[in-house]
Design a protein around this ligand. Structure first.
Ligand SMILES: CCCCC/C=C/C(=O)SCCNC(=O)CCNC(=O)[C@H](O)C(C)(C)COP(=O)(O)OP(=O)(O)OC[C@H]1O[C@@H](n2cnc3c(N)ncnc32)[C@H](O)[C@@H]1OP(=O)(O)O
Ligand SMILES: NC(=O)C1=CN([C@@H]2O[C@H](COP(=O)(O)OP(=O)(O)OC[C@H]3O[C@@H](n4cnc5c(N)ncnc54)[C@H](OP(=O)(O)O)[C@@H]3O)[C@@H](O)[C@H]2O)C=CC1
Length: 283
C-alpha cells in the first residue's frame, strides 16, 4: 500500500488537520476513548481534545497512552490516562470510578479498543477464537454496559459510539471479529431502545480499511490488494473515522440512536478485502 500511514497518524498532523467542527464544541465535557494510544482511537482522542473536551484514554499499554497524553497536555488540554484491559470487568469498573472521582462527570464514550488476527476460519484454535471474542464482544460490552450504569446512577445523559467492522458481506480471514462485531451491533440496536429512557444514545461506526499501524498484522499479499477494498481505491484516514465519531457524539447526532454509520468509501457496495490473502479459487 503506498499510503503514508505514519504521516496520517502523526499527532501534530492530526491536530492541525482541517475539521468542520468548531473549537469549543466540547467545552466542559468529558470524553472517554478506549484504545486511545494508537490508530483510530488516538485520532478520535486528539479531535475530542482539540474541540475542548477533557479527555480520558485507556488501553493496555501505558507508554502509548502517556505519549498521547503528553502531546495533548503540550497543547494545553487536560488528559487522564487509565491503563485498562477492557476484557477485565473489574478493570473497567475501576476506570469508570476513577473518571467519576477525577471529574464527576462523563459525556461521551468511544468504544474503540479491539483487534484480531487474520487466519482462515477453518484453522482457528479455540484459544484464538476466544481471544478475539473476548476482546471485541465481551470487552466492548463491559465498556458500554458500565457507561450506561454510570449515567443511570448519576442521572445524566450520555452517548456511546462503538467502533465495529463492516459486517454485511462478512470478511474472509476475520470471521471471529465479524461475529464479535455483529454481536455488538445487535446489542447496540437493542440497548438503544432500552437505554433511551435514561437519555443514552448508542451508535456504531463501521470503518472500512483504514490506514493505521494496526494494518501491519496483515500479510504482504493481502496488503498489496488493499486498494481494491472500495470504489475510491484508497484506505480511509484515521481523521475521517474520527470526524464520523464526533458527528454521532455531538448534537449533530442528537436524533440518531441504534444506527450503524458505515465509513468505508463505498466498500460495502464494491470491493474485495481478503485479509488473509486471496485464495487460488477466487483468482
Ligand atoms: C484488512 C482490513 C480489515 C478490516 C477490519 C479490521 C481491521 C483492524 O482491526 S486493523 C488492526 C487492529 N489492531 C489489531 O488487530 C491488533 C493486533 N491483534 C491482536 O492484538 C491479536 O489479534 C489479539 C486480539 C488476539 C490479541 O489478544 P491476546 O489475548 O493478546 O492474544 P494472544 O497473542 O495471546 O493469542 C491468543 C491466541 O490467539 C491465537 N492467535 C493469536 N495470533 C494469531 C495469529 N497471528 N495467527 C493464528 N492464531 C493466532 C492463538 O491461538 C493464540 O494462542 P497461542 O497459540 O497459545 O499463543
Ligand atoms: N484499521 C482498520 O482498517 C480498521 C479498524 N477497525 C477497528 O478499529 C479499532 C482501532 O483499530 P486501529 O486503530 O486500526 O488499530 P490499533 O491496533 O492501532 O488499535 C487498537 C487499540 O485497541 C487497544 N486494545 C486492544 N485490545 C485491548 C484490550 N483488551 N483492552 C484495552 N485496549 C485494547 C490497543 O492498545 P493496547 O494494545 O495497548 O491495549 C490499541 O490502542 C479496532 O477495534 C479495530 O478492529 C475496524 C475496521 C477497520
Amino acid at each position: 500500500m503506498s499510503t503514508d500511514v505514519e504521516a496520517l497518524n502523526n499527532p501534530e498532523t492530526l491536530w492541525n488537520a482541517e475539521t468542520v467542527y468548531r473549537p469549543d464544541l466540547f467545552k466542559g465535557k468529558v470524553a472517554l476513548v478506549s484504545g486511545g494510544g494508537s490508530g483510530i482511537g488516538r485520532a478520535v482522542a486528539l479531535l475530542f481534545a482539540r474541540l475542548g473536551a477533557t479527555l480520558v484514554i485507556c488501553g493496555r499499554t501505558a507508554e502509548k497512552l502517556e505519549k498521547v497524553a503528553a502531546f495533548v497536555r503540550g497543547k494545553g488540554g487536560t488528559v487522564l490516562v487509565v491503563p485498562t484491559n477492557v476484557r477485565e470487568p473489574e478493570q473497567v469498573d475501576a476506570l469508570y470510578q476513577r473518571i467519576h472521582a477525577e471529574f464527576g462527570r462523563l459525556d461521551y464514550v468511544v468504544n474503540n479498543a479491539g483487534g484480531q488476527f487474520p487466519q482462515n476460519a477453518i484453522d482457528y484454535a479455540p484459544k484464538g477464537w476466544a481471544a478475539v471474542i473476548n476482546n471485541n464482544l465481551n470487552g466492548s460490552w463491559y465498556m458500554m454496559q458500565r457507561a450506561a450504569q454510570y449515567w443511570r446512577d448519576v442521572k445524566t445523559p450520555g452517548s456511546i459510539v462503538n467502533i465495529v467492522v463492516v459486517t454485511e458481506r462478512g470478511m474472509p480471514g476475520v470471521a471471529h471479529t465479524v461475529a464479535a462485531r455483529a454481536g455488538i451491533i445487535g446489542a447496540s440496536r437493542t440497548v438503544a431502545v432500552e437505554w433511551a429512557p435514561l437519555g443514552i444514545r448508542v451508535n456504531c461506526v463501521a470503518p472500512g480499511l483504514t490506514a493505521t499501524e494496526g494494518l501491519e498484522v496483515y500479510p504482504p499479499e493481502a496488503q498489496k490488494e488493499f486498494p481494491l477494498a472500495n470504489p475510491l481505491k484508497r484506505p480511509g484516514t484515521p481523521m475521517e473515522i474520527a470526524e464520523s465519531c464526533i458527528y454521532l457524539s455531538a448534537s449533530s447526532g442528537s436524533f440518531i440512536t441504534g444506527e450503524v454509520l458505515t465509513v468505508d468509501g463505498g466498500g460495502k457496495l464494491w470491493g474485495e478485502l481478503w485479509t488473509a490473502g486471496r485464495p487460488e479459487y477466487y483468482r
